[in-house]
Design a protein around this ligand. Structure first.
Ligand SMILES: *[C@@H]1O[C@H](CO)[C@@H](O)[C@H](O)[C@H]1NC(C)=O
Ligand SMILES: *[C@@H]1O[C@H](CO)[C@@H](O)[C@H](O)[C@H]1NC(C)=O
Ligand SMILES: *[C@@H]1O[C@H](CO)[C@@H](O)[C@H](O)[C@H]1NC(C)=O
Ligand SMILES: *[C@@H]1O[C@H](CO)[C@@H](O)[C@H](O)[C@H]1NC(C)=O
Length: 234
């Protein structure tokens, strides 16, 4: 935890640099800003979380849980992105209530002239939230929140190669990601589920498909707020 606090301070100062660039001048794509292009697949930490085949099944809204938590982003050179995230969030006032969130989304992104990134998801993104202390402790819901990142940079790490830093709308850094593939590994860049159908949410106690334990409804993805307002334990 101490190590991660130090890292947070380091990245926070990076965030300020990027923020200034975001606010006071247009982006200059050079070796200092991005040692390589952002296209490809990026993954944090132990790199167990990856976009593409094997993480999410959008057609039936299920996940294959990776061994460890992390985040992964992919970008194509023609404006498509995909995100896989698996994390635990702790709640300072309820330390025993560790919430697990696993999420997948994809859509179109824009690298803005001021150094920010805008992402518009397709309607088939979804996430599963496991919160042992909540009334409904395990549910799946759509996740279609547009995302805005204040800045990004790619450094060349001496041992691990290109390293992507991204800063959220409020300047909070994401866990740094390493390039795991120069060509993006992604599911098809189109809608992968009929989103006109009502979404089925599974309640915690549901072991099977017994009618009373299933609830139909659509809940707008509030996951981004949840993720960014709690302490990341990556
Ligand atoms: C940067 O550009 C994006 C897209 O044009 C815009 O939405 C955002 O407000 C801009 N940020 C700043 C700090 O001006
Ligand atoms: C930096 O990023 C831009 C936009 O993706 C790309 O066009 C450029 O080639 C990148 N720079 C290098 C050194 O790869
Ligand atoms: C969901 O789809 C995946 C991929 O087709 C399949 O392997 C899995 O068994 C399905 N799960 C359920 C619960 O239907
Ligand atoms: C933390 O737990 C308290 C008490 O259960 C709750 O009111 C609060 O909304 C939680 N905070 C977050 C960020 O989940």
């Amino acid at each position: 935890m101490l190590f991660s606090s130090i890292l947070t301070v380091v990245f926070a100062s990076l965030a300020r640099t990027t923020l200034a660039q975001d606010q006071f001048g247009n982006i200059v794509y050079d070796a200092i800003h991005n040692a390589t292009a952002i296209t490809g697949t990026w993954s944090s930490g132990s790199k167990a979380v990856r976009t593409g085949q094997g993480f999410a099944n959008p057609a039936n809204m299920t996940f294959n849980y990776p061994k460890t938590t992390g985040i992964s982003y992919s970008f194509t050179d023609d404006g498509f992105y995909e995100i896989s995230r698996y994390r635990f969030n702790s709640n300072g006032s309820e330390p025993t209530c560790i919430t697990g969130v696993i999420a997948w989304s994809h859509g179109k992104y824009t690298l803005n002239a001021n150094g920010s990134i805008s992402m518009s998801p397709f309607e088939d993104g979804f996430q599963q939230v496991q919160d042992p202390c909540a009334a409904i402790s395990n549910f799946i819901e759509p996740f279609t929140t547009p995302e805005y990142y204040k800045g990004w940079r790619i450094f060349m790490d001496a041992s691990q190669g290109p390293k992507l830093h991204m800063f959220q709308f409020d300047g909070t850094p994401l866990a740094p990601m390493f390039q795991v593939s120069v060509t993006p590994n992604m599911l098809p860049t189109q809608l992968l589920r009929n989103t006109d159908e009502p979404v089925i949410q599974r309640r915690s106690s549901a072991q099977g498909t017994s009618g009373s334990q299933w609830k139909a409804g659509v809940v707008a993805g509030a996951g981004l707020a949840l993720i960014s307002s709690t302490i990341s334990m990556l």
